[in-house]
Design a protein around this ligand. Structure first.
Ligand SMILES: Cc1cc2nc3c(=O)[nH]c(=O)nc-3n(C[C@H](O)[C@H](O)[C@H](O)COP(=O)(O)OP(=O)(O)OC[C@H]3O[C@@H](n4cnc5c(N)ncnc54)[C@H](O)[C@@H]3O)c2cc1C
Length: 310
């Protein structure tokens, strides 16, 4: 078994999702190689070389790879593909952008959103918004997998010192061009990797109430902010706060859901959280079925009181 993980990064630092993906790779093989494709990204290669279980790091640098365009990154991956039985990507926006192209060019079926490795050919993945788990088996000689990062604990960046090998960059495919990116700036932790998330639902009633009621609690806990889709659709919270089937999949140590009913599409994004606290005034709300601690209360009273006591 030979496994290659495609690192996710911004040319400066490694995304934690890569460490979750390496953990999944280690369930397949004791030795895992990593590809860092980018520009001026030697620092990222040095960082991932410290990750537990990594045998070798390939690094390739070119302006054509700076923005992780799927057309160029997939060509780079193909340069190495023939040496591997499994190629793993994180199931993130970036991974999901590149992996299908790699699978198509290799003429194999991608196995998406893997949550468990049973053996080298057999994997589990959630279907129907996480209400059923499919066991998928593939006989392809080379498998392309995307890994649901919340299902695998990140490997440590320990005292490992895997060799870093520079490889030649592919030429620009010319098929796509990077124009610009708009990144939301926030002092808060990134939602997808946050240890604590404070999340609000439609019950908040306005963006002002999110700021007035939810933000102080998030500030006290050093938490990322999350929201239900209903809250996002109503304009109470920005789009990138959405947790759920069509939002972000999260699994923090603590998830505090306030005024969120707990529709299956929301639960699909947060039910793997280690500890779930729900505040809802309806004792029948489905969120209480997954909550470790439930408070049947009006959030407009309970949340400020909780914030004050913390
Ligand atoms: C294809 C599809 C994909 C979807 N994807 C997502 C997704 O990714 N994420 C997502 O969240 N949803 C998603 N949804 C929507 C989902 O079905 C629900 O509509 C949505 O999650 C409901 O949001 P909510 O819980 O904030 O609102 P509501 O269902 O309106 O619930 C509000 C809750 O607040 C409680 N409440 C009201 N006032 C108070 C108060 N003062 N104090 C305390 N509690 C109070 C109520 O008892 C209620 O339980 C999706 C739906 C579809 C069809």
């Amino acid at each position: 078994m030979s496994v290659l993980v495609i690192a996710e990064h911004d040319n400066v630092s490694l995304k934690v999702a890569t460490l979750n993906t390496i953990a999944a790779a280690l369930a397949l093989s004791g030795a895992v190689d990593v590809l860092v494709a980018g520009d001026a990204c030697q620092g990222v290669a040095a960082e991932v070389a410290k990750a537990v279980g990594v045998s070798k790091v390939f690094v390739t640098e070119s302006p054509a790879l700076a923005n992780a365009l799927a057309e160029n990154v997939s060509s780079q991956v193909l340069e190495l593909a023939k040496n591997y039985t499994h190629i793993l990507f994180a199931s993130t926006a970036q991974g999901k952008n590149v992996a299908p192209r790699v699978a198509a060019l290799l003429d194999v079926a991608q196995i998406s959103d893997v949550t468990r490795v049973i053996d080298s050919q057999t994997f589990e993945r959630p279907i129907y918004a996480g209400n059923a788990i499919a066991t998928v088996q593939s006989s392809d000689a080379l498998m392309v997998l995307t890994i649901r990062t919340t299902a695998f604990d990140a490997v440590a960046l320990g005292s490992n010192a895997a060799p870093v090998q520079t490889m030649q960059a592919v030429t620009d495919s010319g098929l796509s061009q990077f124009l610009s990116k708009a990144i939301a700036k926030s002092d808060r932790p990134e939602l997808a990797g946050a240890k604590i998330i404070v999340s609000g639902g439609r019950a908040l009633g306005s963006a002002e109430k999110f700021t007035e009621i939810m933000m102080p609690l998030a500030d006290k806990l050093g938490a990322a902010m999350g929201a239900s889709r209903a809250a996002v659709d109503a304009g109470y919270a920005p789009n990138d706060w959405q947790v759920g089937q069509t939002g972000k999949i999260v699994a923090p140590d603590l998830y505090v859901a306030c005024g969120i009913s707990g529709a299956i599409q929301h639960l699909a994004g947060m039910k793997d959280s280690k500890v779930i606290v729900a505040i809802n005034k309806d004792s029948e709300a489905p969120i209480f079925s997954v909550a470790d601690f439930g408070l049947e209360a009006d959030l407009f009273q309970a949340v400020p009181e909780l914030t004050q006591k913390l």
